[in-house]
Design a protein around this ligand. Structure first.
Ligand SMILES: Cc1ncc(COP(=O)(O)O)c(C=O)c1O
Length: 454
């Protein structure tokens, strides 16, 4: 093993469409990068559509009745909204701009859910006009929303966001007394507010915890019905379905061997907090949640069916599994192998286009090195830096064992970046343009591409 270099490569899993593009259509990718600039996000609506079908099927297999709302915040590309509209999937929007884009992309208002704490009056008014389902976070928000609906001579459909017993310290949602008062207020303002059910916020990716929280929401629906809110029939289980970027065995090995010396600047000494990259696939998580026993032997989905409860799920990241990747051009390579044991590859672009850094962490799946000239295979340990003037602008802090030396003009491909890893934190720092997105469809013939945009 080379000194100071991690022993486990974290090979990124690849969808067959991604493999075909990387293996058979490199010239096209190179042309796109040349023409559209580095980094370039490639987005793949076909894979997104496939994920929707798989998720629907997983819910159907458990007997759960579900509406899927794609959490738009996970990627700003318009092509995903269009795909959702075409497949009858709704959108979870958390801002006026997201709602406008969802409507412009062809998603009808009744399929749009509005989430986020203390939403402003502009978002409320648009949501009321378009008959969106609004998740309300507090009594004060409920009062404001009801006033907006009254002015518009409409009745707005709401979910009440409740605090869970699993994470009672969350800053989101209403604790028991406020939740109960909110049900009363819905009954009082019934001409303008219709309580349709409950939602919750849960940090983390545990399917068991999500099932337990959903069960609490079923109980809240039953209680609300008993008090007269007869239309309380929806339980929104949120997003947070886990997903798998790398083989779980590799991931376990990585976690066991991980140490600060594997990173540029001994970065882990500052305390990384990693996304669980070897997690359960989303369809398996759906089965685990819905089959979870909640009342004796009765599963969550069976209890919901028995009580005429329907589910809403708001996946962001997991619907984007494999639905995009990001290509950077290598700008410079500083070979420090003799002194430090590794090189620093500087790419055209910055770490805000691969935005795990916000969470004091690193995007861990290994990037692929694609070179025009073929060099002899020889392990080349290197981390990857952005081309801004900031010391902390590291696209990959971890020292990757590239299979051969990198050269200026080569390409680095970061796989599976569509869910939060591309535009979440993008910035026009240094007055640079924001990276573009090329929408690629493989179909049966040659790949077709266009720039993203409605
Ligand atoms: C209300 C709500 N719905 C859905 C999501 C999407 O979660 P994920 O991308 O983990 O599926 C989030 C994430 O922040 C959220 O806050």
């Amino acid at each position: 093993m080379l000194p100071g270099v991690q022993s486990v490569p974290l090979t990124a899993l690849r969808h067959p469409t991604v493999s075909t593009l990387l293996d058979d259509h490199r010239a096209l990718l190179a042309e796109l990068l040349d023409g559209l600039g580095s980094p370039l996000h490639i987005v793949l609506p076909e894979v997104f559509e496939e994920n929707i079908t798989a998720l629907r099927q997983a819910f159907a297999e458990t007997g759960a009745d579900v509406d899927i709302l794609f959490a738009k915040k996970a990627n700003k590309a318009d092509c995903f909204v269009r795909s959702a509209a075409a497949l009858g999937v709704g959108i979870d929007a958390a801002s006026t701009a997201e709602l406008v884009k969802a409507l412009a992309g062809g998603v009808p208002g009744h399929r749009i859910g509005i989430s986020g704490p203390e939403k402003d009056d502009t978002l409320h008014a648009l949501a009321v006009q378009h008959d969106c389902l609004v998740a309300v976070d507090s009594i004060s928000e409920l009062r404001r929303l009801a006033a907006t609906a009254r002015l518009a001579h409409r009745q707005v459909r709401v979910l009440l966001r409740a605090r869970t017993t699993i994470q009672p310290g969350s800053r989101f949602g209403m604790a028991a007394a406020e939740r109960s008062a909110a049900v009363s207020l819905c009954l009082e303002l019934a001409d303008h507010v219709s309580c349709r059910g409950f939602s919750f916020h849960l940090n983390g990716y545990s399917p068991e915890e999500r099932a337990m929280a959903a069960n609490e929401m079923i109980e809240h629906c039953l209680d609300a019905r008993w008090r007269g809110a007869l239309s309380a029939e929806l339980v929104d289980i949120g997003g947070g379905l886990p997903m798998r970027y790398v083989d779980p065995q590799l991931w376990d090995e990585f976690i066991q061997q991980n140490e600060p010396a594997h990173y540029h600047g001994n970065k882990t000494s500052r305390g990384f907090h990693f996304y669980p990259y070897g997690g359960m696939p989303p369809t398996q998580a759906v089965r685990t949640i819905m089959n979870h026993p909640v009342d004796g032997d009765e599963s969550l989905s069976a209890k919901a069916a028995r009580n005429a409860i329907r589910f809403i799920v708001e996946p962001g990241r997991s619907l984007l599994d494999q639905a995009g990747f990001t290509v950077f051009r290598v700008q410079q390579v500083e070979d420090r192998r003799d002194t430090d044991g590794y090189a620093i590859i500087t790419v055209a672009g910055n770490s805000l286009s691969l935005c795990e850094q916000w969470f004091n962490t690193d995007y861990l799946p290994d990037p692929l090195l694609m070179s025009a000239q073929s060099l002899a295979d020889k392990v080349f340990p290197a981390c990857v830096a952005g081309s801004t003037c900031l010391e902390n602008d590291m696209v990959t802090w971890r020292k990757i064992r590239f299979p051969r030396p990198a050269r200026p003009g080569d390409h680095l491909v970061y796989l599976n970046t569509a869910g939060y890893h591309s535009d979440f934190l993008e910035s026009r720092f240094h007055d640079t343009a924001l990276p573009l997105k090329a929408v690629l469809r493989l179909g049966d013939a040659a790949p077709r591409w266009r720039l993203d945009g409605i």
